[in-house]
Write a protein that binds this ligand. Structure first.
Ligand code: PHE
Length: 348
């Protein structure tokens, strides 16, 4: 709304608008705002003249009108600068979607680990929990608490690598039985323990100085050999084939009585006899038995009240049978071609 005071502000307004148009960077605008519009700014102080004029209302209107125009121009320019800055930033971050992508090869799991997990899954499904134990252990847990006293000839079968007279690399996962029983303090037990084992073996197609087992241990009232057989038969059916059968052959382990070697019917020829089962129709897969009363007693269980069974499965052996692998050393050589091959077979 035009009035007689408008002219008072025309020059300075033009000057400021000119400066705004000429601003090159955001800082120029801030400078303009400070110089003219701050409390003591060149434009702001013009308001003081209101004391000298007679029509104060008209003066105020003229002042406000000019100030509003300047502020609007300033804000508009601020927005322009911000938008331009954003555009530059976006351009910098732009992704060239026309570039060809780099091809990543996805990894595949070593058949050893596949089988280890499958074994774990099968037993977890039967209510077992998974335990761990030390790979470097003392004579007490690896041998003595398992009814293998010093100088017992059974130690020869499981000669291992010694750290000192007492500490050794465990020759079987049965050592975990002793730890678990000690910790359970007379309570029922139902566990498996997968893990590495070590023996003083020459490495050949079927032996390695390091291999892995899954130990199983169940202790409770009224546990019998029939429970062991049913458990292992279910395991064989899930692991190999739904028609798998198992058989027990009597054997000897110092920590079980009676002890058995467990054979599974050959899933390749269904028992007729082939190269996988060496013509017999059966394949040995594990050792097992009823926990020896001495072992129960040494770990604080009354053998008159409690009984239990234990078994030890060779993981590599199961994996070799399952996938037709001829040489145990292949599991440890990290040959990607080998590992990929067995991945395909599983997914087929
Ligand atoms: N520890 C025995 C071995 O390594 C296997 C086994 C485990 C046998 C549990 C009976 C019971 O040969």
């Amino acid at each position: 709304m035009a009035n007689k005071y408008d002219e008072l502000f025309t020059d300075i307004e033009k000057r400021i608008l000119g400066l705004i148009v000429g601003a090159k960077i955001l800082n120029d605008l801030t400078d303009i705002r400070n110089k003219y519009l701050s409390k003591k700014g060149e434009f702001s102080v013009l308001m003081n003249k209101i004391r000298e004029v007679d029509d104060k209302k008209a003066f105020g209107e003229a002042y406000n009108f000019a100030r509003k125009e300047i502020e609007e121009a300033l804000n508009k320019k601020f927005e322009e600068f911000k938008k331009a800055a954003l555009e530059i930033e976006l351009k910098k971050q732009a992704i060239d979607i026309t570039l060809p992508v780099e091809k990543y090869k996805s990894g595949s799991m070593n058949p050893f680990y596949k089988v280890k997990r499958e074994i774990e899954d099968i037993f977890i499904g039967m209510g077992y929990t998974v335990e761990n134990g030390p790979e470097v252990d003392s004579d007490k847990y690896v041998f003595e608490l398992l009814n293998i006293p010093k100088d017992h000839p059974a130690r020869d079968m499981q000669d291992t690598l010694y750290i000192d007279d007492n500490l050794l690399l465990r020759s079987h996962t049965s050592s975990v039985q002793a730890h678990v029983m000690e910790n359970a303090k007379g309570k029922p037990i139902k566990i498996i323990c997968p893990g590495k084992t070590f023996r003083r073996d020459d490495d050949d197609m079927t032996h390695s100085h390091q291999f892995a087992q899954v130990e199983g241990l169940v202790i409770d009232k009224n546990i019998n050999l029939g429970n062991l057989k049913a458990t292992l038969e279910l395991f064989a059916k899930k692991m190999f084939s739904k028609d798998s059968k198992i058989r027990f052959r009597s054997s000897y382990f110092p920590f079980t009585e009676p002890s058995v070697e467990v054979d599974v019917s050959c899933f390749n020829c269904k028992g007729k006899g082939c190269s996988v089962c060496k013509g017999s129709g059966w394949i040995e897969i594990l050792g097992a038995g009823m926990v020896h009363p001495n072992v129960l007693k040494m770990s604080g269980y009354d053998p008159e009240v409690y009984s239990g069974y234990a078994f030890g499965i060779g993981i590599e052996r199961v994996a070799m049978l399952r996938y037709g692998i001829d040489d145990i050393r292949r599991f440890y050589q990290s040959d990607i071609r080998f590992i990929e091959e067995f991945n395909k077979k599983v997914e087929d």
